[in-house]
Design a protein around this ligand. Structure first.
Ligand SMILES: [Zn+2]
Length: 238
């Protein structure tokens, strides 16, 4: 699957409130956490509304920075520099502490994916936008996709994103894809290769010229000798 070139990103910030937009500053964006909305065929807009309505205090805490729609559109409902309540828990997996310290919500952005099946399978548009958004954020915050992309599951053990848990090869492929796209953009091997070819070409041009110079030298030496011989021959004849 190749990602589409572009996606629509819409900013529709939640009303600041203690349940879903606490207006706390993010300490540093070190990683990204991928979620599923766990509500088959619900739209990004419906999920945003759900986060917004948490301000009434009846649905506990919870939110995310981005929600990707079934059609691939992306709603950003919390700015990148603010905390969203997407991956908080009483206990975290032991290896998480080393990377994200005591409170991963201070160090990560949360991306919610809508899905077309109960298995968590996403539409192609959702998947492509997930690739593009993740790539963009990895570039922006210099995130290594192989070590700082997480499923919610990787942080707390929650069954989220279900599709990527039940299909670990898909998760691996997703991270590799981001890594590959990031890598290609950085190194630009074609340009490097072109430079190398040019320098090889210029080398061979130089050696051609040098060979020609040698030939010219030898010819001039031979012709000088011949001239001398001819002079001597003439002298002896006189
Ligand atoms: Zn989640």
């Amino acid at each position: 699957m190749e990602p589409e070139e572009k996606f629509n990103k819409i900013t529709k910030s939640l009303t600041p409130n203690k349940f879903s937009r606490p207006s706390l500053k993010i300490k540093e964006v070190k990683g990204l956490v991928i979620h599923w909305v766990a509500n088959t065929n619900s739209s990004a807009e419906a999920n945003r509304r759900y986060f917004e309505n948490r301000k009434n205090g009846k649905n506990n805490y919870g939110s995310a920075h981005y929600i990707i729609d079934l059609n691939g559109d992306i709603i950003q409902c919390i700015p990148d520099n603010e905390v969203a309540y997407h991956t908080g828990a009483k206990k975290y997996k032991p290896e998480v502490k080393e990377k994200l310290f005591n409170y991963p919500n201070f160090y990560t952005l949360g991306i919610e994916c809508t899905h077309i099946k109960d298995s968590g399978e996403m539409s192609l548009n959702t998947y492509n936008s997930l690739i593009q958004l993740t790539l963009e954020l990895c570039k922006q915050y210099k995130i290594d996709p192989l070590t700082f992309l997480f499923r919610h599951f990787d942080i707390t053990g929650k069954l989220c994103h279900k599709w990527f848990i039940d299909n670990p090869a898909e998760w691996k492929q997703f991270k590799n894809k981001i890594n590959e796209l990031l890598h290609n953009n950085k190194i630009k091997p074609q340009q490097e290769e072109q430079k190398e070819i040019e320098s090889l070409n210029s080398c061979s041009e130089t050696s051609k010229i040098k060979k020609q110079e040698k030939k010219d030298n030898i010819l001039s030496i031979i012709s000088n000798r011949l001239m001398n011989l001819l002079k001597r021959f003439r002298r002896t004849r006189k």
